[in-house]
Write a protein that binds this ligand. Sequence first.
Ligand code: 13P
Length: 249
Amino acid sequence: MTTPRPLIAGNWKMNGLEVALDEARAVAAAVDAQPPAARVALCPPATLVHRMAQALVGGGVAVGGQDCRAEASGAFTGDVSAEMLADCGATLVILGHSERRAGYDETDALVAAKTLAALRAGLEPIICVGETLAEREAARTLEIVTGQVRGSLPPELAGKAFAVAYEPVWAIGTGLTPTLAQIEEVHVAIRAVLVERFGAEGAGVPILYGGSVKPSNAAEILAVKDVGGALVGGASLKAEDFLGIIARA
Ligand code: 13P
């Protein structure tokens, strides 16, 4: 089976007003001028999804959401459905980010339901997993992460495009990263669950690493076995930094 192109996705989190679209345009201009080895996506806040998709239409940078409601529509004040994201021009969606698991009590079952919603709307889900520092210190990392993968990935993903993102909670926004051996250990464990669940197809699912990825550490992280891309937070907000990571894929 051929190895799929790595995926470098930027998660802007709750950052970005209209002026920030200039950064997205700069990323797209560089990507379109010299197509990189990796697929590239930007996931802005919901308020910018439509405008970013319009600004980047037809180019090599895909646009994604950062979350969606499981239901397609209804009385859910403040929420956004997968169908709404697709309607705005998104083609991907991040689901189960640790900031949502922690801040909104999102369970594996809810993440699985949101994943089904993404598939229903034709979006490619990027499903996030990762241990806290306390879990790592208690030597529970593999148990926690493989449990999240088993619980958050519904069997309906078979035959569909999707990615898993391993983001150790303690590495997000801290400047800390696991050692390359620690990253490999977790990615290999995730790969084993994907193969167990999806057979040969599971061998080709991109497993992104996320947590303090920057241009200076991207090359070594992206070279680790079973790392199929990166989910980038802070360093995706500036075109120069994000392009520096994309160039190393
Ligand atoms: P940072 O790259 O800012 O550490 O954030 C990682 C992340 O949470 C991406 O989803």
